[in-house]
Design a protein. Structure first.
Length: 148
């Protein structure tokens, strides 16, 4: 799978993102041609999107939109059978969270991208059992990427 993003935040390196793509492809049994569009937005923009599409009037770190939702959300990427969906990520929110947790900003971005792709593949954290399953896989993937 591959991420489609016109630009990356300064502290997120393409090599690390390439490694994440390989780890996600293997862990989720994805095709190498599967694509996820990534849009990096400001705090006000993600808050507005969160309110509009999730009914939550607050900032968040990442939003996931399946291909069926992307045209409604206005983040239309090249639609094909290989498209997994779109991720909307707020780097300012991620940077604050990284500082709070005393971890590198890049690691938090890798975590958010992983989290978003897991949602696109049907993982959720609505129940305690689902949360445990999703976060265990998420952290295993993040650890693989960050340890290289």
């Amino acid at each position: 799978m591959k991420f489609l993003s016109p630009t990356l935040p300064a502290d997120v390196h393409r090599m690390r993102l390439d490694h994440l793509e390989r780890c996600l492809t293997k862990a989720l049994r994805l095709g190498k041609n599967n694509e996820v569009s990534v849009v990096w937005v400001t705090r006000p923009r993600i808050r507005a999107l969160n309110k509009r599409f999730r009914g939550r009037d607050r900032e968040t770190d990442v939003l996931s939109f399946a291909p069926s939702e992307t045209s409604e959300a206005g983040f239309i990427s090249v639609q094909s059978s290989d498209e997994l969906g779109d991720l909307i990520v707020c780097p300012a929110y991620a940077r604050a969270e990284a500082r709070r947790r005393s971890i590198p900003f890049e690691e938090e971005c890798i975590r958010l991208l992983t989290h978003g792709v897991l949602h696109l593949r049907g993982y959720d954290h609505a129940t305690e059992v689902d949360e445990l399953r999703m976060f265990k896989l998420q952290e295993r993937i993040v650890e693989q990427v960050m340890s290289s």
